[in-house]
Design a protein around this ligand. Sequence first.
Ligand code: NAD
Length: 322
Amino acid sequence: MNILLTGGAGFIGSNLARQLLKEGHQIICLDNLDTYYNPDHKWRNVQQTLNNRDYHFHEGDIRDSELVDTLFRTYAFDAVVHLAARAGVRPSVQDPALYYDVNVNGTLTLLQAMQRSGVSKMVFASSSSVYGDSPQVPFVETDTADRPLSPYAASKRAAELLCHTFHHLYGFDIFCLRFFTVYGPNQRPEMAISQFTDSILNGQAITVFGDGSTSRDYTYVDDIVSGIIRSLENLRGYEVLNIGGSDPISLADLIQVIERALGETAIINRLPMQPGDVQQTYADITKAAQLLGYQPTVRVEDGIQQFVDWYRARQDARFVMQ
Ligand code: NAD
């Protein structure tokens, strides 16, 4: 397939691009290398695939409809994988307008370009955050997910609804995948697992929000990539699907897993829970299993070990280069 991959320079996108190229697809990546975290990280991600002749990188903004239209005219896309977004729950509380603009208007720009060019297939990166503090645990897609606790969560839910509308009006095939906290190589540096690993290795205190009892359904990035590729292979109609590990772990236990993987002990600095944070996430993956044959394959202990090994190898490589 000829695939437009938005946000392909980011954490999930770069892992997905590598796998799609391995499977023989052509990838056109659109990413503005935004400054949410250091763009050098993203540029390093892009370099992992830049030499592949089936990979084309375009630096640009999904909200730039002229540019997006040009891409649709230049390449005969079979499908769009739309990952570009302002990610992160807590910063969205400080700047809701930016999150709305990138995540909602940006998605609308793409959907309209698809309509103009006759491309009708999209896999959209949504988020478990849309469930808020759902009373129904594990979270199941039949929940209306109408209680987002942060502007980020609301922007993802709004984008899902736009996807539904374009399915209804124009017969688009769209799967909205609700990812549950993703981790692994190329991870965003501001995410907890990256921050904890970095601080523990440097002998610095880690900041823990709350008493450690919050839990997250951590999902290894290879399982997310598998969920996206299976969606591309089965795209028909409009579906909302949980893609998670379905095996949540508390923050306190997660820290112990990281400590064991590093062979070091964390120094903990506690702060109150942050606005926008949810108490727990936990994916019911029955629907993804039935529709896609999706099953998570990486246990948190193994995934953290792989992340830590990758992190250390990257540090060593930098040391050698200096
Ligand atoms: P990321 O920040 O590493 O990747 C997002 C990419 O989008 C970045 O490379 C960024 O430069 C790009 N981007 C941002 N605004 C853009 C714009 N206006 N135009 C073009 N490109 C733009 O984040 P990620 O963790 O890889 O997340 C990928 C997607 O998955 C996002 O939509 C995110 O909301 C969603 N998601 C991620 C997680 C997670 O735990 N990582 C969980 C749920 C959902």
